[in-house]
Design a binder for this molecule. Structure first.
Ligand code: GRF
Length: 167
């Protein structure tokens, strides 16, 4: 089983599905997450559980894909189920929830996104792939995050396909 966990919009989830990767189940911790509508659109089952989301994982899960999942998973969970995440910065810079504003505030000229394995920390797991873009003088959080999102939609599906070949 391949499971996607998401808390919000789910544009990465949709890009992954459209790339041909078969997602068997979506787990969300937010009842209003747009990812639910997207799962319905593709006839992919979903489970909502705001607290016991870890318990919702099927035992035969071979890969967990985090796509905007805004909770830290337990050490036991990530040790048991290989879990990947996408983060909107060039890690190890700008960990956490406000990666894009952090990048803008720091004045970096190159930004991007990172696909990484998930460990018990926040955005601390081993880096698998990265893609970069230029930061323009007149960028704001919205424009820069939109550019990074486009990169995410390409790199996440490509990287997951590579991982699936090795599992
Ligand atoms: C992305 O920017 C991703 O890097 C971060 O959360 C956001 C999710 O976007 N982890 P979406 O819900 O896939 O549109």
């Amino acid at each position: 089983m391949i499971v996607c966990m998401a808390s919000g919009n789910g544009s990465n989830f949709e890009a992954i599905v459209k790339s041909g990767i078969k997602i068997d189940l979506v787990i969300t911790n937010r009842p209003t997450a747009r990812v639910i509508e997207r799962a319905k659109k593709f006839n992919i089952p979903y489970i909502f559980n705001s607290v016991e989301y870890e318990e919702c994982i099927p035992k035969d899960t071979k890969l967990v894909i985090l796509a905007g999942f805004m909770k830290i998973l337990s050490k036991e969970f990530v040790n048991k189920y290989p879990t990947v995440n996408i983060h909107p910065s060039l890690l190890p810079s700008f960990k956490g929830a406000n990666a894009v504003p952090q990048a803008l505030d720091s004045g970096v000229k190159i930004a991007g996104c990172t696909v990484h394995w998930v460990d018990e920390g926040m955005d601390t797991g081993k880096i698998i792939a990265q893609k970069s873009c230029v930061v323009y003088e007149d960028d704001n959080e919205h424009t820069l995050h939109a550019r990074i999102h486009e990169l995410e939609h390409q790199i996440y599906a490509q990287t997951i396909k590579q991982i699936l070949r090795t599992l």
